[in-house]
Ligand binder design. Structure first.
Ligand SMILES: CC(C)(COP(=O)(O)OP(=O)(O)OC[C@H]1O[C@@H](n2cnc3c(N)ncnc32)[C@H](O)[C@@H]1OP(=O)(O)O)[C@@H](O)C(=O)NCCC(=O)NCCS
Length: 203
């Protein structure tokens, strides 16, 4: 995928619970409008920090999109009951300068695959009535949209799991982990390289 920020290819992978702080920092980078769109109302930094601390509660799946090693977008999936949930809620956040480049669509594709492989049949997404990008994204996955006065509920039906869909998820995760390892090696090599660069002299 090309982005206006360069030729970075996003690494899409599941976040680990130990990465809750990456998720928090991503959420705190959302601008006021995006944060309001994500949560359906204006929320404080304290609220976001507290929310991020609880994101890996039981059964949730958080998928991240990394560009150059930084988490720039996330998709969250919350089963609506503890046992054998067939319904789940999904929510998305893409940092403002990375919106409109396909990251939300990639994350939704991955969340639908993850839901499908866990026997979840219906994904529900709540957004504000004026949130056209979210509605457009949901429509790409044949969502049914129910309009209320100021909110919209989008429902997407996930197909039944198959051996192919399980293999597809395993492959996608393996690619994501390989991408994370590659990025960590690049970062480490960059730090070593910096150690050997001459330090700029004070003027
Ligand atoms: C809604 C959101 C998740 C979409 O993610 P994204 O990466 O920007 O979306 P994509 O680039 O995958 O595009 C999805 C569709 O929306 C359209 N779209 C994206 N930005 C748009 C904009 N500013 N205005 C109109 N349409 C827009 C795209 O054209 C695309 O449709 P297309 O492929 O038919 O052209 C993202 O904008 C976001 O995080 N917004 C703030 C938080 C939020 O609203 N979350 C949703 C509620 S949980």
């Amino acid at each position: 995928m090309m982005t206006e920020q360069g030729d970075a290819i996003p690494v899409i992978r599941r976040l680990w619970p130990a990465e809750a702080l990456l998720f928090r920092d991503h959420m705190l980078r959302l601008d006021t409008d995006s944060r309001r769109s994500r949560f359906g109302s204006s929320v404080s930094e304290e609220f976001v920090t507290h929310y991020a601390g609880r994101v890996f509660r039981s059964g949730s799946i958080v998928m991240g999109a990394f560009l150059d090693g930084t988490l720039r977008a996330a998709g969250e999936l919350y089963p609506l009951s503890e046992i054998l949930a067939q319904e789940a809620e999904a929510a998305f956040s893409v940092e403002t300068e990375y919106q409109g480049h396909g990251l939300g669509t990639l994350l939704m594709e991955r969340l639908i695959l993850a839901a499908r492989n866990r026997g979840i049949r219906t994904l529900q997404m709540n957004c504000l009535a004026y949130n056209r990008p979210m509605q457009k994204m949901a429509r790409k996955f044949d969502a049914d949209l129910a309009f209320d006065s100021d909110t919209v509920i989008a429902q997407v039906v996930a197909p039944f799991p198959t051996a192919m869909s399980l293999a597809e998820e395993a492959n996608a995760e393996a690619r994501g982990v390989a991408g994370a390892i590659f990025q960590a090696q690049r970062d480490a090599a960059g730090r070593v390289f910096e150690m050997f660069l001459p330090t700029p002299r004070a003027a």
